[in-house]
Design a protein around this ligand. Sequence first.
Ligand SMILES: Nc1c(NC[C@H](O)[C@H](O)[C@H](O)CO)[nH]c(=O)[nH]c1=O
Ligand SMILES: CC(=O)[C@@H](O)COP(=O)(O)O
Length: 162
Amino acid sequence: MASTLKNLSDFSHIHVQSAKGFKFAIVVSQWNAQVTGALLNGAIDGILKNGGLQADIDVIEVPGSYELISGADIVLRNKDIDAVICLGCVIQGETRHFDFICDAVANGISNVAIKYNKPVIFGVLTTDNLEQALDRAGGKHGNKGEEAAITAIQMAHISKKY
Ligand SMILES: Nc1c(NC[C@H](O)[C@H](O)[C@H](O)CO)[nH]c(=O)[nH]c1=O
Ligand SMILES: CC(=O)[C@@H](O)COP(=O)(O)O
């Protein structure tokens, strides 16, 4: 369902299990910091509102969304983490660089999840412009960072169960 048809932060349709006892890493890009900072706040709020502890959240900043791949790999290689949340904002520019970054990040994050058999959540906005990004980072379409946190909580429970 397109974001315009729903609020990304409306979880009334699901039962969100507790985040208590799980350890999360949030890897966040510094590119478009106005947006990624809001995504980070949303993700942290999503974990804390559902019983998680601030002490169980590691935040790792990386330069750009492309570096989310390495950031997720480094943290999973070095820490016992239940789920990683990758937050970024890629905005179309004049060239095809946007396409290469988006494809690389989506595929790279998937590969890290498979490599470590851990949930690595794709919380990366890929927008035409800044307005669309702000709308999804605490604006009229909610906060994709909070959505990514809820996804991480759910996947952490699934990983623990099976
Ligand atoms: N244009 C955007 C970038 N570009 C930078 C890359 O992510 C990467 O850091 C660089 O290619 C060096 O490896 N990154 C974003 O996160 N958002 C953009 O809009
Ligand atoms: C996604 C990007 O790397 C892009 O914003 C860079 O802008 P440009 O394509 O104009 O170089």
